[in-house]
Ligand binder design. Sequence first.
Ligand SMILES: [Fe+2]
Ligand SMILES: [Fe+2]
Length: 278
Amino acid sequence: MKIIHITDTHLSPSKPHFNGNWAPLVRWIAETGADLVVHTGDLSVDGADKDEDLSFCMELMREVSIPMLIVPGNHDVGHLPGSAQPVNPERLARWRAMVGPDYWAQDIGDWRIIGLNSLLMGFEDAEEQAQFEWLEKTLAERGTRRIAMFAHKPLFVDDANEGDTGYWSLRPSQRRHLYDLIEAHDVALFGSGHLHWSWKGAFGKTSLVWAPPTAFILDKMEREMPGERLVGAAVHELGDEVKTELVAVPGMTAYFLDDVVEEVYPQAAHKKQPEQAE
Ligand SMILES: [Fe+2]
Ligand SMILES: [Fe+2]
């Protein structure tokens, strides 16, 4: 099975800075002959607050001719407690009404594809608990299927045992919970976005992939991270083993957020934690 993994499109009707990368990506996806497209979030510039951003994005998503599954990013449903736009019932309701479920599972052949709402993780509330209970049940009932899992935020940035990375990755206690489930249930792949860096690595037997973003890369405004600066997509071939290619898609422009951050994410231009833009 071939999956095209896209992420961080950051599309908007009012801030069109990155919209030009969508058409070449759609054209390229149509030619891949893939079975499925997975979008790991940050569809929008500001779907966390604007209906029109999410509706604009969903109109564009419908241009993709291959079936697509989508999980939310922080710019779609909000972020951690104490951030400028924390996840809350209103934001979750907007996503669920306009896009669909924020976490889901779909069986294709020998595989169970699972999408997680990583923005629920860190609240330690009923929503977070309900998702973990659903995930445990969904994994326990996988039968002989192998698992490919997708989320907006990565498990970690530099080291599997690192402490709290703040904005960037899952927090240590939720990360630990996922590690335990991943080790117990033959999870072959964990794919994510959010960092705007492209990277392939491993956690035990699990392939870890940060897909290339669609919208932009970062120059000097944030810290260096592992991997490479690339706009494009990841191609996952799920067979006896997982093979992933990170692709620079023809016709897409490697915009630097640094150049336009004042216009697109003014809060991030003037503050560090926790309003960063990625
Ligand atoms: Fe993000
Ligand atoms: Fe992003």
